[in-house]
Ligand binder design. Sequence first.
Ligand code: ADP
Length: 581
Amino acid sequence: MPMEPVAPMSLEEARAAEDADSRQLLSAATVEEALAVLVEIARRLTRAHQATVVLSPAPGKTRGASVTSLSHAYEVWGGYTVPSSDEPGRTSRERRASRAEPRGRLHGSLPGDAGVLYLFDREVGDFSREDELALHRLARLAGLALESARLLREEQHARAEAESAEQRAAFLADASRVLASSSLDPKATLDTLARLCVPILADWCFVDVMDEAGTVQRTSVAHADPGLDALAQRVRCFPAGPEGSSHPTSRVVRHAESLLVDDVDEAWLRRVAVSEAHYETMRAVGFHEILSVPLLARGRSLGALTFLAVRPSRHYNQADLETAQDLARRAALLVDNARLYREARRSVRLRDEFLAVASHELKTPLTPLQLRLQWLRRQTRKDRPYLPTPMVISQLDVVQRQVDKLSGLVHGLLDVSRLSSGRLVLHREDVDLEAVAREVKDQLAVPASQAGSPVSVSVRGDVHGHWDRARLEQVLTNLLANAVKYGAGHPVHIALRGEPERVVLRVEDTGIGIASEYQSHIFERFGRAVSERHYGGLGLGLYITRQIVEAHGGDIQVRSEPELGSRFEVTLPRHEAAANA
Ligand code: ADP
């Protein structure tokens, strides 16, 4: 017997209906509670065996729900039975067979299409007109109760949001204070940061940091449980991987993209694990959500700050993401400052070292020059008008060599200042790189044989190109002079190889080599990997070399191991167009 949908009732009307049932219904704190009260009252008032309310899903409010109240008899027998048939000794089949015919059903819509209230099977007789009216009243009341419960829930939700926003702001303020007072050592700053976040923001917190060469290290790992130190050591072994790696924090570190996964499962772990050990470690940590944000400073990513949720009650949302990003920005600023400070100190140290080496280098040719000039002056006194020519020539040779050395040094310095201000102009012409290599080999024949380093040249393919000849002579001279100087009396090899669009030049020695931590610095201005006490040199040759090679659109790489030797490889596009492509 369907009912017409009922019109909503005002709050005043509802208050006027002062019975205990309506008060109970209206005082329900949640939608679920209101529904449970509703079906109970409906069943009791109408003496129905079953009352059910089905709530339709309303966007943004609550999910659809269904709540049922059953009479005792219905629950016991799994269906409505007449009480007198409940005799001992009867089989369930017989019991089922004794079920009475259904005695009707009744349903009414809740206001605003919120749902439908159904009544099934009255205990005695059919549903009456009174039942219908009762259902009618109840449905209107229920509409109000649901509305007020929903409003209450929204209010509670808004209050909880406001409270957690306040907590976040307080945490950020605290964190900034602690971070700002931490030392200039970035590692200590990041350790402090990770510790601060546990357990307020995460059950595990760790920091991945990328160095200038692009290598990532997991510098700090913090967790809430002191019994997990051994696991923390394992977690430390899996920093973000290289470009293109499936590792969850790789894209965060390398592309500054934040990551929030709120349903970490077996399939996800399998997808992101870089190895079986990584997978096992992630499983052992047992997190169900992960939030990872980049450490951003001056538009560059320095690493990632990652939070894990292990406790089932911990969940991350958009607000947590923003808090984490804010925190990571503040930390990154400190790390960046510490780096800048370290670099500034390094530059000052390099400059001081350079001044010491430069004055020494510039003075070295001056001493023999002065000695020869004094000797010549002594020999040309008035009473000795004639000097044997061979003697004069040999003295002048020495003078010339020292002047050449001095002018080479001064040229180098001038070149550096010109290159630093970006004023390198190339005079391109057709060049045979083999001819240049053999010429440079001849020019350095004396120092090479003095050092006991025979130089060999090998050529494969066509090694012609459109380059600045004088500048490439400089490149080869620098590389060969270094190989002889640091080659420690071992043979040196120059290899030229022609490829369709480019020519590759290698200079190899088996000398003292270069430790890996210095390899990225030797191409910088004044960058040196040896002590000034053992080797002279301004640390400018490779800087100039790189500038020249790059001006040609090429590049220069070094591969070296201490005590085993070094291999410098220069790639030169044959033509300007190829260099610009
Ligand atoms: P320098 O005048 O000091 O040699 P460079 O710029 O030519 O300046 O080289 C920079 C540094 O690189 C050197 O100080 C040295 O430590 C290292 N280096 C360059 N070439 C070699 C090599 N063939 N073997 C070992 N170390 C080298």
